[in-house]
Design a protein around this ligand. Structure first.
Ligand SMILES: C[S@@+](CC[C@H](N)C(=O)[O-])C[C@H]1O[C@@H](n2cnc3c(N)ncnc32)[C@H](O)[C@@H]1O
Ligand code: SF4
Length: 474
């Protein structure tokens, strides 16, 4: 299992970036992660069942074979983690979970009828069960959902079938059941291995627990494991963080997702249970991120996106080498699939450059399905230059480059004429060593790799240009 060796702490590849003031100032500027464009906050209510059906009918007439990703959201968790920003419902009530599964199966039926009437067989290539904690659903209920999905897509033909799990609700048998159902990728919520940190975030899951769930027999059942990690959590220190990183390496997951902890106690009341004085000072966050990038890249991982790493053999790394990476609500994709159908409360769908989102409240969600209506309540139907800007933003986020000549050809535009203001902002970043121009492309430098979100935000017409804030300061 340990086919990666722990890094050499003496050699510091990114030490010049660590001390760069431009980097430190930009890195801490809040901004979107651009899993979609425009971002959620700019979507409108009233984009509903009728709008989706109308849009989808035209879309699938034009692209009946469009490869699809199916996302299914399960909101339940066994216990609240104090840092959690997700839309979760804490319950251990089996009846509630059975009721939820009934409705999810009915929602799947609504999609099945839609495609039957249209005479289109949905070309679903990937499935992802996310949450909350989908693994908290009892196995027999997960099986019901998978059986229902089997009537929409032949599960055995999928290219990927992933599930998010919380190690604390798992035993080894669950993995054998998942494998039998066709699930081939597992994503573990890990966050941090330090016991003090785990205690203050109300998520005690010893290293040995995760290790035991990843024994060789279980690993053989799946194509890959992902670990979610968080930096900026209470009681984290650079020393403790380095130990966590080394412990992660010993378990050698195929992928790692490394996110900055977003502390929003006014929005998520349970975050108030984290004492403010336990949060690490913000000035160590850039160092923690760089330490993680350094550790993972030195130990064989490809840093393929803003906050994502994968072993070279993983399909994400291959997609990156081939310049094919894509982006959707779930994060990075291999670029083979960009459209999404989504099931469950809050789930977000994409067709073309348009977005649709399901209701948040479980009662509203159930009530919509009772009326045989898809529970969609808001979204964004692409307009004007949205697709063009989205493509540029995704090029930056996925490839760390803007391919000017390719974009000019595809959209029949003169890039410099249309984006005069944006180019001025990019020139500013060029002078700071974040990127450089050549005749055909704008390319991010190594420091720019750490600032992809900042560069992308320049093309976001729905949000304020970040440079005004960043250069003049707050
Ligand atoms: C919805 S959870 C799913 C994983 C599963 N429920 C678990 O925790 O084991 C997805 C990920 O969101 C991330 N997350 C949760 N709260 C966050 C926050 N406040 N800021 C940034 N990321 C957060 C965590 O890394 C978590 O693993
Ligand atoms: S981090 Fe995961 S397990 Fe914890 S409350 Fe959030 S969704 Fe649930």
């Amino acid at each position: 299992m340990q086919n990666i060796t722990v890094n050499d702490p003496e050699s510091k590849k990114f030490s010049n970036i660590k001390t760069n003031e431009t980097f430190r100032k930009h890195f801490l500027t809040p901004g979107p992660y651009y899993t979609n464009y425009p971002t959620h906050g700019h979507w409108k209510t009233g984009v509903n069942d009728e709008k989706w059906r109308d849009y989808a009918m035209k879309y699938f007439h034009q692209y009946p074979n469009a490869p699809l990703h199916l996302y299914l959201h399960v909101p339940f968790c066994a216990k609240i983690c104090y840092y959690c920003i997700c839309n979760v419902k804490i319950t251990n009530d089996r009846e509630k979970m059975v009721q939820f599964t009934d409705y999810v199966c009915k929602e799947i039926e609504l999609y099945k009828s839609f495609f039957l009437e249209l005479g289109v067989k949905p070309n679903i290539k990937e499935i992802h069960f996310g949450g909350g904690t989908p693994a908290h659903l009892p196995i027999d209920q997960i099986k019901r959902v998978v059986d229902a999905l089997n009537s929409l897509v032949d599960i055995s033909s999928l290219e990927e079938f992933a599930i998010e799990i919380d190690p604390r609700v798992m035993n080894k048998d669950h993995f054998y059941e998942y494998a039998k159902m066709g699930i081939d990728r597992i994503s573990f919520g890990v966050q941090d291995f330090n016991p003090e940190v785990q205690s203050v975030i109300n998520r005690v899951q010893p290293f040995e627990l995760v290790q035991s769930l990843m024994d060789l027999n279980i690993r053989k059942l799946f194509t890959g494991f992902n670990f979610d990690l968080l930096y900026g959590l209470p009681l984290q220190t650079p020393e403790r963080w380095k130990k966590t990183l080394d412990m992660v390496l010993t378990l050698s997951p195929e992928r790692i997702t490394l996110l900055k902890y977003a502390h929003v106690p006014d929005v998520k009341k349970h975050m108030k249970l984290i004492p403010l004085e336990h949060l690490p000072p913000t000035n160590i966050l850039p160092d923690m991120f760089i330490d993680a990038v350094e550790t993972f890249t030195k130990n064989g991982y490809e840093w393929f996106g803003i906050d994502n790493f994968a072993k070279p053999s993983d399909v994400m790394s291959k997609a990156k080498y081939e310049g094919k990476l894509g982006r959707n609500f779930g994060g990075y994709t291999t670029g083979n699939v960009s459209d999404m159908i989504s099931i469950g409360p809050t789930a977000t769908a994409t067709l073309g450059a348009s977005y649709f989102q399901n209701l948040y409240d479980l009662r509203d969600y159930y009530s919509s399905i009772d009326k045989s209506r898809l529970p969609i309540f808001r979204g964004h139907i692409h307009d004007g230059d949205d697709p063009l800007r989205r493509e540029i933003i995704f090029q930056i986020i996925c490839n760390r480059v803007i391919k000017i000549s390719e974009i000019e050809k595809k959209y029949k535009i003169n890039f410099h004429d249309i984006f005069e203001d944006e180019i001025n902002s990019l020139r500013e970043l060029e002078s700071q060593g974040v990127l450089y121009f050549n005749n055909e492309k704008i390319v991010l430098t190594e420091m720019g790799h750490f600032l992809t979100r900042n560069v992308a935000q320049i093309f976001d017409k729905y949000n304020v240009n970040p440079l005004e804030y960043k250069i003049t300061g707050p």
